[in-house]
Design a protein around this ligand. Structure first.
Ligand SMILES: Nc1ncnc2c1ncn2[C@@H]1O[C@H](COP(=O)(O)OP(=O)(O)OP(=O)(O)O)[C@@H](O)[C@H]1O
Length: 377
């Protein structure tokens, strides 16, 4: 090896290999570790470090980077509105992921605004979790493309952490893995409502506390796109209200994608909604627009007696769209407000039903969702 004719070409090859690795590191997002750490590994473990980086550490240009860190500002704010002038934070083009039985996702075109809360809804098995895992880069699509302009962080519905770490150590770990960390661990824990549990081991956490810890980790990561898979599913009513307020505030500075079965929560905090059914996105747009477009005039009738008689009578009328029984009486959908206001009282009177109260029903996402999911072919 003392002969320069032997080691010089080898050294030149290794140098060229390192240059190639660094060029890739600069031009692409890195996976699993921050870029600075990969840079050290490439240099310290020639050439194994470079090979390792090229195989597992190099990310596609279109997928999200691992979580960085920054302090999310969380002022008390009104419901956020999407910023139309900024490019979307995430966009998918005909993204497809199929599992045996032709289930999964079929050519979904999702557009998540740069700021605001995007509510993702759909019945069980509609593909919400699959879509979120594709957005987070945890799964590769079978077809289609995904583009993001910002870093993405996913909080699964049942986050799992090392049981022997405390809550503070867990958040601190994620914070330190992020290269530009400025978010205080205690601040993130406080926002997620875990200050009192900061020094408790995570192994003893309830499901609701684990969900809160997942949110604290997401906050400490500083990612700009936050994917929250059913973040309130294990929380009590007070906890739900707290987390919904937090999500609302986060939507001012972040793109938050929030999946839930609790449609009242989505209606409360989301400004954009995407409805998935059997792996297809059947609606995407402002929540208010969805409510306006799909809500029929509806009336709540509180009856002391005669509900069945009245329901039979209304069933055959062409201005009545639907009649549903409930404990206290009937809910009647009409084809127009005018019909409900003028014709319905006359029918109630003619049927002999004993009316206690007659109220118009406000537009609610749950009813619209059920109509969309059941009625659409
Ligand atoms: N790893 C997998 N292997 C096979 N099938 C899968 C896999 N992951 C998801 N699926 C199927 O893909 C479809 C979508 O599942 P997904 O979990 O994304 O739905 P979801 O909308 O999140 O449901 P839920 O509301 O019940 O959580 C389902 O039919 C599911 O059975």
């Amino acid at each position: 090896m003392r002969n320069p004719a032997v080691w010089l070409p080898i050294a030149a090859l290794l140098l060229a290999f390192i240059v190639v690795c660094y060029a890739q590191l600069i031009s692409r997002p890195a996976k699993y570790l921050p870029k600075a750490v990969w840079a050290l590994i490439i240099l310290a473990q020639i050439p194994i470090g470079g090979v390792l980086y090229l195989i597992i550490g190099r990310s596609e240009r279109t997928t999200a980077e691992p979580p960085p860190t920054a302090t999310p500002a969380l002022p008390e704010v009104d419901r956020p509105r999407p910023v139309a002038t900024q490019p979307p934070a995430v966009r998918t083009h005909a993204i497809t992921k199929l599992f045996p039985g032709d289930v999964g996702l079929h050519a979904v075109d999702l557009t998540v605004p740069a700021r605001g809360v995007y509510g993702l809804v759909g019945p069980n098995g509609a593909g919400k979790t699959t879509l979120l895992s594709l957005l987070a880069g945890l799964r590769r699509p079978d077809a289609g493309r995904l583009s993001t302009t910002a870093q993405v962080m996913l909080c699964p519905d049942t986050p799992a952490f090392e049981p022997w770490l405390t809550a503070a150590e867990t958040v601190e770990l994620f914070r330190r893995l992020s290269p530009n960390g400025t978010t205080g661990t205690d601040h993130a824990l406080a926002l997620a409502g875990l200050t009192a549990a900061r020094d408790r081991r995570v192994g003893g956490f309830s499901r609701g506390m684990a969900q809160r810890l997942g949110l604290a980790v997401v906050l400490a990561s500083g990612a700009q796109v936050l994917l929250l898979d059913e973040p309130t599913s294990a929380l009590d009513p007070q906890g739900r209200a707290e987390i919904l307020n937090l999500i609302t505030a986060l939507g001012r500075d972040h793109a938050v994608v929030f999946s839930s079965h609790i449609l009242a929560d989505i209606q409360r905090v989301a400004d954009t909604v995407g409805v998935l059914r059997e792996g297809r996105l059947i609606y995407q747009g402002p929540v208010d627009e969805l409510l306006d477009r799909h809500t029929r005039p509806s009336w709540q009738l509180h009856l002391r007696a005669g509900a069945d008689r009245l329901a039979d009578r209304l069933g055959g009328l062409d201005w009545v769209a639907a009649v549903r029984r409930h404990e206290q009486g009937l809910r009647v959908d009409t084809t127009s407000v005018h019909a409900g206001e003028t014709l319905l009282p006359a029918e109630i009177s003619a049927s002999g039903a004993e009316l206690i109260a007659f109220n118009p029903v406000g537009a609610d996402l749950e009813t619209v969702f059920l109509n969309l999911v059941e009625v659409q072919p």
